[in-house]
Design a protein around this ligand. Structure first.
Ligand SMILES: [Mg+2]
Length: 243
């Protein structure tokens, strides 16, 4: 094996370090509208507008590579930042999501093993949520201290698979892109994306990506991890092969 030694392993979030769940994307916004306190037609109208605004944001991500943020989606539907109704809806929306945010129980031991092997551990997520919320999840699940660098698309102009966000995430963790391995569950975003900048890609092929979220592309992963915990052995083998 030639090439740079692996010095950092960056992980996708949803479906990779959280178990893949089929989410009813309309139901999250119905929960939001319930939290706001709307009833009957007004409830369905608000939930429908929020659903459409979010779908547009992700579609723009897939077609243009641009990021979006939850407050922008809410504002597009007349829900201003900081207002009591916006806060109430957001709290209900967070409750809807909470069971789907649980960190895979293998993540803590995996990240400890990688760090013991002298590797840095990072996170790079396509998300409309902010850093504070994501870090509160990692803190709740006891893994926050194992993260050396975390990048959230919501605080950059881009989403995966744009090359820029991978270069940015590598810089955040203090390594060259070719010294990084990326681990994720989506071939387009998480295999094609990082390989553009010279990162190696490990695919975790267990998520059922909805058809409307799939993008035609051509990429093959440098390795496949059928169990998340396989990542440590894959990376160790790459570094051993260089000696
Ligand atoms: Mg994912």
């Amino acid at each position: 094996m030639t090439g740079a030694p692996v010095r950092a392993v960056l992980f996708d979030w949803g479906g990779t370090i959280t178990p893949w769940h089929e989410i009813d994307l309309r139901a999250q916004w119905t929960a939001f509208a319930d939290g706001v306190g709307t009833l009957a037609c007004a409830r369905d109208d608000l939930a429908g507008r929020l659903y459409a605004a979010e779908a547009l944001a992700w579609q723009r991500g897939r077609s243009l590579g641009v990021s979006a943020r939850l407050p922008e989606i809410l504002e597009a539907c007349g829900l201003a930042r900081g207002e009591a109704l916006t806060e109430a809806g957001t709290a209900a929306y967070r409750s809807f999501w909470e069971p789907h945010t649980l960190t895979h129980p293998g993540v803590g031991p995996l990240w400890e093993a990688l760090r013991e092997a002298g590797l840095r551990v990072g996170v790079l997520s396509n998300t409309i949520w902010d850093r504070a919320y994501h870090r509160s999840i990692f803190e709740r699940d006891g893994v926050i201290d194992l993260i050396d660098g975390d990048t959230y698309s919501s605080e950059t102009p881009w989403v995966k698979p744009r090359a820029e966000i991978f270069t940015y995430a590598a810089r955040e963790i203090g390594c060259a892109p070719e010294e990084c391995v990326y681990v994720g569950d989506r071939s387009y975003e998480d295999v094609h994306g990082p390989q553009q900048v010279g990162m190696r890609a490990i695919w975790v092929p267990h998520s059922r990506i909805p058809v409307e979220q799939q993008v035609s592309h051509d990429a093959s992963p440098d390795a496949v991890a059928h169990e998340l915990t396989d990542v440590a052995a894959i990376v160790a083998a790459w570094n051993l092969a260089r000696r």
